[in-house]
Design a protein around this ligand. Structure first.
Ligand code: F6P
Length: 550
């Protein structure tokens, strides 16, 4: 049994919300959607090129107002100001959280330790721009004089996931001559597969690591360096093929990256929020510097909306409150992100890190344990593949899983009417989840199909779909650098809002450290040495490993 209360405790609206959830009738969505002509107008938000349609949620005006009151009681307004103005909101690491500064007006100062950080960001942009210009104009060449055609980003977690989403999603905006690649895992199969088809003289590696201490990234960076040298490059040629982005300039230099090829990063940019920084160099090189700026502009617009819109009309705030509504009152332990856009197929991976590494916490800011449950499991995939895999459970299973359907209205690569079919299917899923299909309807349908009484009795209950299952539609006319920037920033700020309400630090990640430490302790024992101090489970598995590798 979990020690944590499911209900959101400590807020004036808590009890009311609990009662209100219990009173929701089984046919709530079906009736409200049919009867409330203005439901879409009341429960949708248009901002920054995105439309959030949240009319298929188990809410009415009273519930909406109560949820908004939770944000007010949590003093979210102050928390937003603190975040955007650079207060030390990451208490355990004593850091400001300023990825928003990377995408806001560069002429508006933001102070960290009394110093304006905007000039440093401007200088970083200049450096990124210059690298892009050199690569795109072919004046930066590989060691044999050939232009760079392949960019391999070596990084993991926040130095990988968001970058991959963006370059995949914006494929129609790719520079024709550039192909991005990613090496993240320490599994040697990863780097082997990526490097196998590449020519070193056309390949540039970006070692993206905030800390420059990450095991996987350093191992892969060493492998990449070895691959270059094994292909005949001299140490002096490496500067044409290695760039680093890091806070740890010394470690990057010691690794052998030329000083002029190191782009800076700062401790006020969290790893999972770093695609907006020079960590995003692979994005700028792939879609062009101007498009990278548009991505930042879209995200900056979302921050501005977040800062200024009233909570009741504020997209990240409403997304966060809806998440809390089901997490605390609707027994939702997970949340699905389903993109009806092939380019966004990796979005759930990125949002898993953004959400679960941020809000997978059980300690409040003051060090005390939380009382209520916190972050849900984030998962998802793409439509329409989802419909032939796990959607069955969402329609008829026993779990309540709120869904975000992400649905651009147009395709960059139209093929006949396929995109309209894709979009329609997303809408149909949202409607099926909301409305379901009643026993009477099923019986009628079976009778209309000519089934006899016995068949109807045998089949009917199996075909009932309960409905009343909530979902949002996130719509945009077209997935562009700007709308994508807004979408990603919206999710970041949604996660922030939930963290504020749960009173947890969304910007540290101590939970991932223990596994790293234990890995380092065990590694020397994999080959030989005394195992007698280990527990029997670890000892036996290491013995089997040694045997298989002997
Ligand atoms: O282990 C988790 C983590 O610290 C993430 O927060 C981070 O994005 C990732 O590792 C990579 O870290 P770095 O960019 O320092 O290599």
């Amino acid at each position: 049994m979990s020690a944590y209360s499911v209900a959101l405790t400590g807020f004036r609206a808590s009890e009311d919300l609990e009662k209100l959830y219990k009173q929701i009738p089984d046919n709530f969505l079906r009736t409200r959607l049919a009867e409330e002509a203005d439901r879409f107008d009341r429960f949708s938000i248009d901002a920054c090129g995105l439309l959030l349609d949240y009319s298929r949620h188990l809410i009415d005006d009273t519930i909406h107002a109560r949820l908004v009151s939770v944000a007010e009681e949590a003093r979210l307004g102050d928390a937003i100001k603190n975040q955007l103005n650079g207060a030390i909101i990451n208490g355990s690491e004593k850091r400001a959280v300023l990825h928003s500064a990377l995408r806001s007006d560069l002429d508006k100062p933001v102070l960290v330790d009394g110093q304006d950080i905007k000039p440093a960001i401007k200088a970083m942009h200049e450096q990124m721009k210059s690298i892009c210009e050199q690569i795109h104009s072919n004046s930066w060449t590989g060691y044999t004089g050939k232009p760079i055609r392949h960019i391999v980003n070596v990084g993991i977690g926040g130095s990988y996931l968001g970058l991959k989403v963006v370059t995949d999603a914006l494929k129609p905006f790719h520079k024709e001559q550039i192909t991005p690649h990613y090496v993240a895992n320490i599994d040697p199969a990863d780097i082997t597969e990526i490097l196998e088809p590449l020519n070193p003289d056309e390949t540039l590696f970006i070692i993206a690591s905030k800390t420059f201490t990450t095991l996987e990234t350093l191992a892969n960076a060493n492998a990449a360096r070895g691959w270059l040298l094994n292909h005949g490059l001299k140490e002096s040629d490496l500067s044409k093929h290695l760039i680093a982005v890091s806070c740890n300039i010394q470690a990057a230099t010691e690794f052998g990256v030329a000083e002029e090829n190191i782009l800076p990063l700062w401790d006020w940019v969290g790893g999972r929020y770093s695609l907006w920084s020079a960590i995003g160099l692979v994005i700028a090189l792939t879609i062009g510097y101007d498009n990278f700026q548009k991505l930042l502009a879209g995200a900056g617009e979302m921050d501005e909306h977040f800062r200024t819109a009233p909570f009741a009309e504020n997209m990240p705030v409403i997304m966060a409150l809806l998440g809390l509504w089901y997490r605390h009152y609707g027994d939702a332990q997970s949340h699905a992100i389903l993109s009806y856009d092939h380019g966004l197929r990796n979005l759930p991976n990125h949002l898993q890190q953004v959400d679960m590494e941020s809000n997978g916490k059980r300690t409040q800011h003051n060090g005390e344990e939380v009382v209520s449950v916190t972050g849900p499991i984030i998962w998802g995939g793409t439509g329409t593949n989802d419909q032939h895999a796990y959607m069955q459970l969402l329609h008829q299973g026993t779990c309540n899983i709120p869904v975000d359907f992400i649905m651009p209205a147009t395709s960059h690569t139209p093929v006949k009417d396929q995109h309209a079919w894709l979009f329609t299917n997303g809408l149909a899923q949202a409607n099926a989840l909301a409305n379901g299909r009643s026993l009477e309807e099923v019986k009628q349908e079976l009778a209309d199909a000519g089934k006899d009484e016995a068949d109807i009795a045998r089949l009917a209950t199996h075909k009932v779909i309960p409905g009343n299952r909530p979902s949002s539609i996130l719509f945009c006319d077209s997935l562009t650098p700007k709308t994508l920037g807004a979408l990603l920033a919206m999710y970041e700020q949604k996660v922030f809002v939930q963290g504020v309400i749960w009173n947890i630090n969304s910007f540290d990640q101590w939970g991932v450290e223990l596994g790293k430490q234990l890995g380092k302790q065990l590694f020397p024992m994999m080959e030989d040495g005394d195992l007698s101090q280990l527990d029997s489970a670890s000892r036996n598995i290491i013995e089997r490993f040694r045997k298989a590798n002997a």
